[in-house]
Design a protein around this ligand. Structure first.
Ligand SMILES: O=C(CO)COP(=O)(O)O
Length: 121
């Protein structure tokens, strides 16, 4: 069964994530990909990779990824966080990071760590 990877980026980081997905396309194509709504659509548009679309982050998409982690259904998380912009759903962002930490899920918050996480699988 293929590994399941979560992909998320805040608005100012979406381009970084879509570029990274394009660069990592062959590797990412081996996994089952899940993304928050707007991020996922941007990845599909940029790369044609198949992505399961969850709700948009502010509407619960981060919480859905957190629930997947709790259920043991996510093997890795790539979450390009914008550290310079306040988010209306900051509690959800923090909850997702907390759950990835709590459940020891490989978690990348930028390109350097995303490259490292991909080498784990
Ligand atoms: O807000 C997000 C993560 O906290 C991302 O959500 P979208 O992919 O829907 O923009």
């Amino acid at each position: 069964m293929s590994k399941k990877i979560g992909l998320v980026a805040h608005d100012k980081k979406k381009q970084d994530l879509t570029v990274w997905c394009g660069q990592s396309k062959d590797k990412l194509a081996q996994y089952e990909l899940f993304a928050t709504g707007t991020t996922g659509k941007a990845i599909i548009d940029a790369t044609d990779l198949p992505v399961h679309l969850l709700k948009s982050g502010p509407l619960g998409g981060d919480a859905q990824l957190g629930a997947m982690i709790v259920e043991g259904e996510l093997d890795g998380l790539v979450f390009f966080i914008d550290p310079l912009t306040a988010m209306p759903h900051d509690v959800d962002v923090k909850a997702l990071i907390r759950l990835a930490t709590l459940y020891d899920v490989p978690f990348a918050c930028n390109k350097a760590t995303a490259d490292a996480v991909l080498t784990l699988f």
